[in-house]
Design a protein around this ligand. Structure first.
Ligand code: SAM
Length: 285
């Protein structure tokens, strides 16, 4: 067995990506080819081909998105807040280097500016070249790429954005501070008086503590806070959570949803805040 720093191992002549989930859990993916592998100042960036998931973006050995199901996550993190806000003009995406969230936001013709603040330019370059199934042919002039720390960017703005989408990696490395209360407080300031934010809040099964903490912070900061989930087979356990904080609006305008999507539908939007009993219970504590 041969091991390298990106989590790749050769076992009986085949290459496997072994992702460390927790002390007692590892997920193992068979890899056919490594298409891209570079170290940036922030993390190790890799795109691999796998027989089950297709192309996969892997940062520091952790799978971020895949051509099989990247659209599920990206559609859910974008279309839910954008179906609640009645008139979004300025949208900020923090993270989102695979460009899948920006691709979904660009489906709204009424949006005038899409700022995407990604700390690592290499992620965007790798995904635009090797992961077109997720990034799409994103050449929309409204998308303004800013390569900076999302934390720094958001603290410069007051009363500016209609919708802020925090599409971060797991709370390790450069993303740790994107899960802190002070960051969400700065987001609240950067939003207009009727603005909405949403963030990915990890697995409700394996990282329930992170979801509870995130929901707790947004519940304290915003008059309206809601949690919703989606099934993303790539992520550990399949079930993934998103937490939304809104200053004014909470109704989803599902009937007017007319975007071309593969996962989000009018029916799904209508029921997106329906939660399983265990989660309702966990969030009421
Ligand atoms: N959908 C994916 C998931 O949930 O795992 C992740 C989406 S995207 C690949 C996450 C991006 O957040 C990465 O490209 C990473 O470089 C970026 N990121 C991490 N910390 C950041 C920060 N402080 N500011 C801006 N971008 C950051």
């Amino acid at each position: 067995m041969v091991e390298n720093p990106q989590g790749l191992k050769t076992i009986d002549g085949s290459t496997w990506l072994i992702e460390d989930e927790a002390e007692n859990m590892k997920i193992q993916y068979r890899v056919d080819d490594v298409l891209y592998s570079e170290k940036s100042p922030f993390q190790h960036v890799m795109v691999v081909n796998s027989p089950v998931f297709g192309r996969m973006l892997v940062l520091d050995g952790i799978v971020q998105t895949t051509s099989l199901d990247g659209h599920i996550y990206n559609e859910m993190i974008t279309h839910v807040p954008l179906s609640i806000h009645p008139n979004p003009k300025r949208v900020l995406i923090i993270g989102g280097g695979d460009c899948g969230a920006a691709r979904e936001v660009a489906k709204y013709s009424e949006i005038e500016e899409i700022d995407m603040v990604e700390i690592d330019e290499l992620v965007v370059k790798a995904c635009q070249e090797y992961l077109p199934a997720v990034s799409g042919n994103l050449s929309d002039p409204r998308v303004n790429f800013i390569f900076d720390d999302g934390l720094k960017h958001v603290s410069k703005y007051k009363d500016h954005y209609d919708v802020i989408i925090v599409d971060s990696s797991d709370p390790i490395g450069p993303a740790v501070q994107l899960f802190e209360k002070s960051f969400y407080a700065n987001i609240k300031e950067a939003l207009k008086e009727d603005g909405i934010m949403v963030c990915q809040s990890q697995s409700p099964v394996f990282h329930l503590n992170i979801l509870q903490q995130t929901y707790g912070y947004l519940h304290e900061l915003f008059p309206i806070s809601r949690v919703y989930t989606a099934v993303v087979p790539t992520y550990p356990g399949g079930m993934w959570s998103f937490t939304l904080g809104s200053k004014k609006y909470q109704e989803v305008n599902a009937h007017s949803f007319d975007k071309e999507t593969k996962y989000v539908s009018q029916d799904l939007l209508q029921q997106c805040f329906a939660l399983p009993a265990f989660l309702k219970d966990a969030l009421s504590k």
